[in-house]
Ligand binder design. Structure first.
Ligand SMILES: Nc1ncnc2c1ncn2[C@@H]1O[C@H](COP(=O)(O)OP(=O)(O)OP(=O)(O)O)[C@@H](O)[C@H]1O
Ligand SMILES: Cc1ncsc1CCO
Ligand SMILES: [Mg+2]
Length: 246
């Protein structure tokens, strides 16, 4: 069956951003040591609230009140490995949506096993780059209803029978570490306020990509781009979205 291709307009993106700004959802992030800071700052610029606790004996308590949970395997440690089943249990118990970022799953059997554990869980969306998502293709075959988000020059958002694409962003987004990890956190923030995970992912990546385009016009290289990206995301409004989505 061919996927029905959908489109989200500026008003649709703006309404999800407005919900984030109004409800300020907390996104609990079990994420890597490289991307923690940029992820937390990007969530704040977006109007969401980051929490990054990772101790396996407290992570369930901290995550229990979150609007969404992000699991990122980038620098997975033995402690992080112990925290993952706690997060899956709390997500299940409190019906908290999950976003999985399978960083470098192509590099180790441990990561592939952990991805399998997370995919067996309730309401999970996967966001990775093209290499990561290609490696996971066999795991998705029996679970076609999982929402799969593959980022790159054009982001593809897919699930059984539906697809969306987002063609915004700038190549400098690949020259600052952790900006993919931060995109997964923004998807989680939108998922916290939007029940349709496909629309949530499209809104987050459209806003992020347009902020990237605005930042690139103000920056002189990857370093200043990172700073301007945070500012542009914080200043995004419906007029700026509409001007670049037409
Ligand atoms: N060539 C490009 N042009 C425009 N935008 C891009 C390009 N490549 C990536 N992006 C954007 O950059 C963001 C991060 O995507 P990317 O696929 O680079 O993540 P990643 O590989 O997981 O990154 P990292 O591992 O460094 O965190 C996405 O919002 C995506 O749309
Ligand atoms: C460089 C790097 N190594 C592990 S996680 C990470 C951040 C980008 O995914
Ligand atoms: Mg990545």
């Amino acid at each position: 069956m061919s996927a029905f291709s959908e489109k989200l307009d500026a008003a649709g993106v703006a309404s999800i951003l407005a919900r984030v700004a109004e409800r300020r959802p907390r996104v609990h992030c079990l994420t890597n040591t490289v991307a923690q800071n940029v992820t937390a700052n990007m969530l704040l610029a977006f109007g969401a609230m980051p929490s990054m606790a990772g101790h396996p004996d407290e992570v369930a308590a901290v995550a229990a009140g979150a609007g969404a949970i992000l699991i990122n395997l980038g620098t997975i440690s033995p402690e992080g490995e112990r925290a993952i089943p706690k997060l899956l249990a709390v997500a299940q118990e409190h019906r908290i949506p999950l976003v999985l970022d399978p960083v470098f799953v192509e590099l180790s059997p441990l990561r592939l096993r952990l991805v399998g554990d997370v995919l067996a869980s309730f309401d999970v969306l996967v966001r990775g780059n093209a290499t990561e998502m290609a490696v996971l293709e066999p795991l998705f075959v029996p679970k076609r209803d999982i929402v799969r988000v593959t980022t790159g020059a054009v982001d593809r958002i897919e699930t059984e029978g539906r697809s969306l694409s987002v063609a915004h962003g700038h190549a400098w987004m690949t020259k600052v570490t952790g900006l993919g990890c931060a995109s997964s956190a923004l998807v989680a923030a939108c998922r916290a306020v939007e029940p349709d995970p496909m629309i949530a992912a499209a809104a987050a990546l459209t806003a992020y990509g347009i902020a990237g385009e605005i930042a690139a016009e103000r920056a002189t290289g990857p370093g200043s781009f990172a700073m301007h990206l945070i500012d542009a995301l914080a200043g995004l409004d419906e007029a700026a979205l509409a001007a670049r989505m037409s």
